[in-house]
Design a protein around this ligand. Sequence first.
Ligand SMILES: [Fe+2]
Length: 304
Amino acid sequence: MSLHRLRSITVGVPSVDAVRGFYRDFGLEETSPGRFATADGGEQLVLAEAPRRALVGLAIGVDDADDLGRAAAALARLGVATERAASSLRAVEPVTGVRVELAIEPRVAQKPAPRVATNAPGETLRVDARSPAVSPAVSKPRRLQHVVVTASDPAAARRFFTEGIGFAVSDEIPAFGASFLRCSTDHHNLLVQPGPFAFLHHSAWEMDDVDAVGRAAAAMVASDPARHVWGLGRHAIGSNYFWYLRDPAGNYAEYSSDLDVIADAEAWKVAASTPAHGLAAWAPPVPPAFLAPPDVVALASGRA
Ligand SMILES: [Fe+2]
């Protein structure tokens, strides 16, 4: 039938041990050293030793063997070699070197989070009671939502993921060469943007709501202020609330909630946005380190 979810990522870092604690604090469950599960999505993050930080692998859930066959034929037309097994298909994206695996697996049905009653002008849904949103309890990421990777040739990488693997385009920033791509009903599961070389800009993890984003990020920053990158804000493209943190290897990790959902591709209008509009509907000023991570700038200029 189709691609249905971003299953997991493998992130290369120079020292796995230096990074594990960050993702435990972030709210992921470390099931074995360097392997992490979310509340709803199973094992979704694997840390692997690599010379420098990078997205090493991306796994995508598909419905059936027809999906594998379709992707294999499309990748062959693009001149990309594939490795086919009974329930999976593997290929390497040539520009970024990311290992992509499609695997047949059941769809994940998420239980809704408890509804939080809110008050607004003309509509008081919580009366004579304090909001549960002021509870100090920090909730866990529900699942992996998206990743952002850079490519020296983003157009070629986009072709691999759309024409080859079968991602759909949700929105784009043509002036910047950025494409928001989905392999599920999420507005985006993968954003490919230009960069001097391939690196993982960030991974994003779905939280129940904006309070869950704020509480979890505030707790992370309280225990180590150097983790803060950018937030709290709301993206214009995808509409999600966000707060970005930095792991010890330099990868950014985003708490995200209320992302747009696209169930009917015909009903969704792909928008071409400008870079300024694309960053945030509202947020504190964007820090230079978000646009150009310092370690990437140093590497690209030969200073590292
Ligand atoms: Fe994001």
